[in-house]
Design a binder for this molecule. Structure first.
Ligand SMILES: NC(=O)c1ccc[n+]([C@@H]2O[C@H](COP(=O)([O-])OP(=O)(O)OC[C@H]3O[C@@H](n4cnc5c(N)ncnc54)[C@H](O)[C@@H]3O)[C@@H](O)[C@H]2O)c1
Length: 451
């Protein structure tokens, strides 16, 4: 890395990030360390109160070397590289352009203190920018800085920044270690764990060609995931609600993932969560990461032939969601009780956020599941009420004809031989794979979220 890269940190954080001053590091922060008994049973996470802080290790099969250590707590981002950096080594920090400086500067100062050569690559997060061009930009930064295989890539940001940075880490010199510091709830509970990295591409150079989500990627497990609850303080309400949609997804299939009680816990704690109580949020993140860790440990590459789909079950609702997510011209009205939804504008215009589309996809899956007698009766209604209370859309206006949406679902990665495979929420909070669901069931499910 060029030494001129080591300017004062304040000059190097993206100009777009609003200045909020350096974050104060709380004194006397307790740190609990739990050793893993992975691969299949990640250890319990302890979250000392009132400053939640814990360490969890998850190991992924089949390669014994792939150990992901997950840290959950407050003011942890500065420690992202601790113990992973070589003396005199280099770090490339990939930063989400939307972050406040206060989240990133302490990390850069910590790297300075350890004598680490560092450089910064900035990612402006959007599905359009989750692209080969952004990937190349990160790789060029790494090459310019002469990063070696033993050096470290650290990503700080939402799911987009983490996914692209993870792919860069998988590809640069055929693989360097990386640390993910997810800063959205969605990235904490889902995107940062499990080693899936990707960018979107189009099937043709036509500017109007549909964006094919996550079509190009690799499995590359992060060496460490750092979930810092301070990041959630600045996260816009709409993005916080979108992250809760992935937690609801986990709740619907918790019985297949060793946590059948998650949905009841979510229902009971919803007011604390939407108020962003840091202890409740740390518990939420820990519980969801543990759940995902169990599933990924058992089936890292989505190869399980089990009827619940193995890792594929985590795609519950996503076949519908991906078909809806990138559609232009959608709008929705915040429903439910205004205390939870009051942060949202009365009418929100698309495109939908990923988590919002996932919420709609869950509703479609529950609707289809009830029609096929896989899901318990009344599930779609109770789910609709819960999503509305969180402040998520439950119906959208402007959907194209359902036949068109169903056609887009064929592009899903779970399609086999042109036949759709759906994951549905089954009785007992379990997941079930349905092969080639009847067309009229799929169409009715899509219609159930039409505003
Ligand atoms: N790899 C996986 O297993 C996996 C799983 C789920 C989702 N994903 C991917 O994650 C992406 C969605 O991630 P996302 O929901 O985090 O969206 P995102 O990355 O687009 O971030 C959302 C917005 O929040 C801003 N932001 C991030 N952290 C912030 C903070 N602490 N304070 C203020 N603003 C902040 C960002 O700048 C951005 O504008 C999708 O591309 C999806 O495909 C990947």
């Amino acid at each position: 890395m060029p030494t001129k890269a080591r300017k004062p940190a304040s000059k190097r954080v993206p100009a777009k990030a609003p200045s909020r001053g350096a974050a104060a590091r709380p004194k006397g922060r307790a740190k609990a360390v739990a050793q893993a008994r992975a691969p299949v049973a990640p250890p319990p996470i302890r979250t000392p109160k009132p400053k939640p802080s814990a360490k969890l290790k998850i190991a992924f099969k089949p390669r014994a070397g792939d150990i992901t250590e997950v840290l959950i707590g407050s003011a942890l981002i500065p420690e992202a590289g601790e113990g992973l950096l070589r003396s005199g080594g280099a770090a490339l920090v990939v930063i989400d352009a939307g972050l406040p400086r206060s989240l990133v500067e302490p990390l850069l100062r910590a790297l300075d203190r350890t004598g680490t050569r560092w450089d910064v690559a900035v990612v402006t997060p959007s599905e359009e920018n989750k692209s080969l061009a952004t990937l190349e930009d990160i790789l060029s930064h790494a090459a310019r800085g002469r990063m070696e295989r033993g050096d470290l890539l650290i990503a700080v940001g939402g799911g987009v920044a983490c996914d692209v940075a993870g792919l860069a880490a998988a590809l640069y010199r055929r693989g360097v270690r990386h640390v993910l510091c997810p800063t959205t709830l969605l990235a904490m509970v889902d995107a940062s764990v499990g080693g899936k990295t990707a960018v979107n591409i189009r099937a043709s150079r036509e500017p109007k060609a549909a964006l094919l989500k996550n079509l190009v990627g690799a499995f590359h497990q992060p060496a460490r995931v750092v979930c810092d609850m301070q990041a959630l303080e600045t996260l816009p309400a709409r993005h916080f609600a979108a992250g809760l949609a992935e937690c609801v997804k986990h709740g619907l299939i918790g019985g297949s993932c060793g946590d059948a009680g998650l949905m009841d816990w979510l229902t009971k704690n919803r007011p604390r969560l939407t108020a962003r109580d840091p202890v409740a949020c740390a518990d939420l993140v820990a519980r969801n990461i543990r759940l995902k860790g169990r599933v990924v440990s058992a089936d890292e590459r989505e190869a399980s032939p089990k009827p619940d789909g193995g890792r594929m079950m985590l795609n519950l609702g996503h076949t519908f969601a991906h078909a809806i997510e990138t559609l232009p011209g959608l709008s929705w009205r915040a429903a439910g009780d205004r205390t939870d939804a009051q942060h949202l504008a009365a009418v929100t215009l698309g495109p939908l956020l990923h988590g919002e589309a996932v919420g709609l996809g869950l509703l479609c899956a529950a609707h289809a599941g009830e029609r096929l007698k896989v899901s318990p009766a009344g599930l779609a209604d109770s789910l609709r009420a819960m999503l509305a209370r969180i402040g998520l859309p439950t119906r959208v206006e402007g959907l194209p004809p359902s036949e068109h949406v169903a056609e887009r679902m064929i592009d899903d990665k779970k399609t086999q031989g042109g036949r759709l495979r759906l994951i549905l929420p089954a009785k007992g909070r379990k997941a079930k794979v349905i092969h080639a669901p009847p067309r009229d069931v799929v169409i009715a499910a899509i219609n159930s979220v039409r505003g």
